[in-house]
Design a protein around this ligand. Sequence first.
Ligand code: FAD
Length: 351
Amino acid sequence: MSAEIVVIGAGVIGLSCAIKLQANFTVTIVAKDFPAPFETIDPIAQINYTSPWGGAHNRWVPPSPSGENAREHAFALTTWKHMRALRDVNPESGITFMKGIEYLEAPSIEYTSLTEARAKELNMEGFRLLQPGEFPDDRVKWGCVYDTWCVNPMVYCCFLLRKFTMGGGRIRKRELRDVAEVFALPPEDFGLGRVDAVVNASGYGIGADPNMYVTKGQTCLVGDPCPATLTRQNADGSWTFSVPRGYDGGTVIGGTKEVDDWGTRPSEEVREKLLGDFRETWPGVPAGRFYTVIADIVGRRPTRKGGPRIEGEAIKDGHFVMHAYGLGGRGYELSWGVAEEVAKRVEDHFA
Ligand SMILES: Cc1cc2nc3c(=O)[nH]c(=O)nc-3n(C[C@H](O)[C@H](O)[C@H](O)COP(=O)(O)OP(=O)(O)OC[C@H]3O[C@@H](n4cnc5c(N)ncnc54)[C@H](O)[C@@H]3O)c2cc1C
């Protein structure tokens, strides 16, 4: 199709959408921030660029018996399959497959109703319920293990950016005040010299969406590797997790989920609690040989009441904008499902 699509955003969502759209359109990414080595990302100036600060791993959130979460589960499944195919073809892509282990102290119905047969129907490969004898302590009421993936975020996003540009995609570093501003950028910014549609993958979203809020997350990057990704839900509502980043990227130990907290500074006290909780839960931590603290991480999950906005809109002058923002704490794990949906809706628009 001879149409030019501009994707606003070079986080995991913008990059994935841009690659999918590239199969049928001329695509330019316009963004303020682009992927770069993790060590070069500024923790204050770039705190609103969430993708560097994610773990990032896939943690299944199964649909409830009444079907809630079914769309997200389908997105996660599409992403899981895509990640495995990418890992096989592009071993440099920053993706590592490993076991995912879960220990829940207060499991909700989505989990208590999750049998091994149901997990098979939901295509959760390698799923096995853990027996109480396999729990780390008696506060854990439910546990499971499955096959999952983790990425080293900036190795992965740099890989996506390279794949996009090697596929003929163009990039422009610009900061926008409004989605409509894209249509006023100089024509020479774009491959076809015009803009036919826009994908708004700006993370928190450009413009005033009253449903958006941030969920601050503090984690700690340690230099040590870890053989699995582990998630523990504590009865007080807090979480303990590890996300091995692979590719010599250490392991992220987390993490907090602080709604509407715009704070930028990590707390040492929180760090010590995160590391202490993880040590208690993960019996494999060898005393004195783990936790080379590299950095405290503070990020802002772009969260949205009612879930991510994946929706087309005709704005001023009839311009078509496909929104894809508000992915909260699940941007990586839903990315290829979102990208597929976005590409389909944009194709439908031009059909
Ligand atoms: C501590 C923590 C742990 C996490 N762990 C996981 C995990 O394990 N698994 C998982 O799936 N997710 C995880 N996440 C969430 C995940 O990181 C986010 O959902 C994801 O990065 C969001 O990607 P995005 O592309 O939507 O937004 P972003 O990465 O924020 O990218 C937004 C893009 O839009 C551009 N942009 C924004 N405004 C403008 C503007 N005005 N003009 C021009 N460009 C603009 C930015 O420059 C950037 O390029 C975690 C997040 C945190 C903070």
